[in-house]
Each structure stands twice: as C-alpha cells, then as structure tokens.
Design a protein around this ligand. Structure first.
Ligand SMILES: Nc1ncnc2c1ncn2[C@@H]1O[C@H](COP(=O)(O)OP(=O)(O)OP(=O)(O)O)[C@@H](O)[C@H]1O
Length: 374
C-alpha cells in the first residue's frame, strides 16, 4: 500500500535531475544546518546561480514534525515569492540522489550576521534602511499568508548594491489554523517568540518578535536578553523585561527605539498587530532623518568636523533625553556568535545553546502578567 502510495505520489512524478550533469559546481559558498549551497553555472542557461541541496535525512526529520499537515516543501514555497527583498528562486526539484534542491539568484554580498558583528560604515549608514527592507519582506510574506518562523541575521544577506535579501524558507508554514496550533518549537532559540517557546498557539506575530530581536541586534550588536544555553533558560529569561534599547543607545531615534520595544512585548496582544503597522514609525524616522540630513547639507554646520548623522540618530530637533540610571554605551555590550543556533531536530528543550555573554550583574525584575497589575 505504502509502495503504491509512493509510486503515484506527486513527488515520484517529478523528473530527477543529475546535479553534476546539469551544473558546473564552481565552489561551496555555504553550509547551513540543513543544506549545502554552491555557486554554480547552470549549463542550460549559462547563468551563475546559487544551488541549494537539502540534506535528505534532516529534511525528512523536519517534515515528519508536520506529518498530516501537508506542509509544502521549501522549493514549492520559495518559487512563489516575487519581492525585491526576498531571494529569487528560479526552480526547484529532486536530484537523482533523491534530495530536494533549489536554484536561486546568486547574491554577491554579505550575511547580515557579518554586518551585525562588523558594525562597519555600511551598517552605520544603512542600518535603518535594512530594517525597513526586512520589514517590507516580512510584510509581503504575511500578506501572502505565510509565517517565516526563522527570522534572524543568519537567514538574511545584503548584496553589494546595499539591498537586503531574505534567503532561507526552510521553516516557513502557511498561516492557517492547522499550523498555528501549539506544538512544534522549530526556529532559532534567541529569536523565538515567548508563545512559541511556551508551546502556545502562534500567529504571524512570532515573526514580528523575531524581527524586533534582529533590529535590536543590528543596532546594538547584542541581544535583548542574555544569551541562554538551553531553551529552558530562554524560557526563564523571557519572563524578565528586556533592556530598553534606548538605554543602550541614548542617541537612537526614540520612534525607532519604541517600535522595537513594542515588538518585543511578551504577550502577542501587546505587540504590533501587523508588520505594516510596525513599519510606519520606522519609515517616519527614516524620512525625518533624511530631511534633517538635507537641511544640514544646505546649512553648513558651525562645526564642520562633527560626525555626520546616521539614519538611526535622533534628529537634532528632538529634545535631549535625560540620562536614566542604568544607561550604558554599546561599547560595553557583546554579541553571542552562538545566538543563532537553530533548533530543528527533536524537542527544543534539550537542545544546547552556547552562551558566551557575561551574566547579568543584578537580577532583573520579573515581567508582570496583565493580571498581576492589580
Ligand atoms: N542565493 C544565495 N546566494 C548566495 N549565497 C547563498 C544564497 N543562499 C544561501 N547562501 C549561502 O549559503 C548559506 C546557507 O544557506 P541557507 O541559510 O539557505 O541554508 P540552511 O541549510 O537552511 O541554513 P540554516 O538551516 O543553518 O539556516 C547562507 O548563509 C549563505 O552564506
């Protein structure tokens, strides 16, 4: 019976592709936890492409977690996206070795993880622009009725023309009731929304949470919470309020800071309800910083050597913020390179997450549940 099912299944009707005959494998560009990625020349078109071949057993293991739900395959999902900030997937299929593969545009550029770590001129100048581009990509995703489930710098690239591209759709699920039920804790622990960690019902707001963690890290090079070694530890730290990013970066535009902090709310009902709504203050901040830049170019400043304003800086028209107790500078902060360890296998609670960040000096107050306020 199973044999007959397999024989007539959709997959068995897909022609197998011999990768070595079809592509010149120029060089390996990446090894994700689930795949191998090559820079390759497609002999059919002569074009340079990114060829991603999924690890057979790991992919089967992941798909088994969604058994009965008919989760579309990564390639089936990826070819549907047409957005300037989502990598273009030209084709998907099955290799003669029975592995799933995707043929994508080749992105010449950097991983966002690298830019978070480097905090170079590109990042200082374009950080808010990249945040908006990522938000636009997620907004498109949500409007097309998907949930990404794994937004984090590792799954984002920035090309040499300074355009951000979302690249990995391995954990994407349809935004339908069956996929929102409590259960699977797939994702990357440090970016996972509390409701996902607690195995509660999910929604597209889990992406808003991960997006906010990513923005926090892009700006400050550190995570909102100390990195934890296990998901149980993550579960504990999400019950304490995150460090307000405005305290870390007193010069950050308050609209940007508030938008990020609202995206990190513990309860999904307290977060931005849509990605579109969260994008508004970010775009306003971007607009005002550009108007301010134009103005300051028009009127040469009395101090020509002053550092140029970046898009995330407070406009000089905003009143200076009073320094609060506990304010500190980013130079004291540190980012964990292990923050992005992905949890796909088994039950996440047992998956170890490394932590190379200093432990908090003093315990933070417990986050209040709404009913604790009274
Ligand atoms: N279109 C592309 N162009 C250039 N490089 C790419 C492209 N897609 C992926 N890569 C490179 O391959 C790496 C792995 O890709 P990807 O994240 O899609 O794989 P993965 O196995 O799903 O990874 P993980 O599960 O660890 O997130 C990326 O970090 C990037 O360096």
């Amino acid at each position: 019976m199973n044999f007959l099912k397999r024989l007539f299944s959709k997959q068995s009707r897909i022609p197998r592709v011999n990768i070595k005959q079809r592509f010149e494998l120029i060089g390996r560009v990446g090894q994700g936890s689930m795949s191998k990625v090559w820079r390759a020349r497609d002999y059919n078109t002569g074009k340079i492409v990114a060829l991603k071949v999924l690890h057979k057993e790991k992919t089967e293991e992941l798909e088994a977690r969604f058994v009965g739900l008919n989760k579309p395959k990564e390639g089936e999902i990826a070819v549907q996206f047409h957005h300037p900030h989502i990598v273009k997937t030209f084709e998907h299929g099955i290799t003669t070795d029975n592995e799933q593969f995707l043929v994508m545009e080749f992105i010449e550029g950097y991983s966002l993880s690298y830019l978070v770590e480097a905090q170079n001129e590109d990042m200082r100048t374009n950080c808010l622009k990249y945040m908006i581009q990522l938000g636009e990509a997620i907004n498109y995703f949500h409007q097309e009725n998907w949930i990404h489930r794994d937004i984090c710098p590792r799954n984002i690239m920035v090309d040499n023309a300074h355009q951000l591209k979302l690249i990995d759709f391995g954990l994407v699920v349809p935004n339908t009731a069956a996929f929102l039920q409590p259960g699977n804790r797939t994702g990357t622990a440090a970016y996972m929304a509390p409701e996902l960690i607690k195995r509660q019902k999910t929604s597209q707001k889990i992406d808003i949470f991960s997006f906010s963690v990513t923005c926090y890290e892009m700006l400050s090079k550190r995570l909102p919470w100390e990195a934890a070694e296990t998901l149980d530890a993550v579960l504990q730290h999400i019950n304490t309020p995150p460090e307000n990013i405005q305290n870390l970066l007193p010069d950050l535009n308050p609209q940007v800071a508030e938008a990020i902090m609202k995206g990190l709310e513990l309860y999904p009902q307290d977060r931005w309800q849509t990605m579109k709504a969260m994008l508004e203050p970010l775009k306003q901040a971007y607009q005002s910083s550009h108007e301010h830049l134009k103005e300051s170019k028009a009127k040469p400043s009395a101090t020509p050597s002053a550092k140029p304003q970046t898009a995330t800086s407070k406009s000089t028209t905003s009143p200076p913020r009073k320094k609060k107790a506990g304010d500190q500078t980013t130079s004291q902060t540190k980012r964990s390179p292990h923050a992005e360890k992905r949890i796909k296998k088994n039950d996440a609670q047992d998956a170890p997450l490394k932590n190379d960040r200093p432990s908090p000096k003093k315990p933070k107050p417990k986050r209040k549940k709404p009913d604790e306020n009274s």
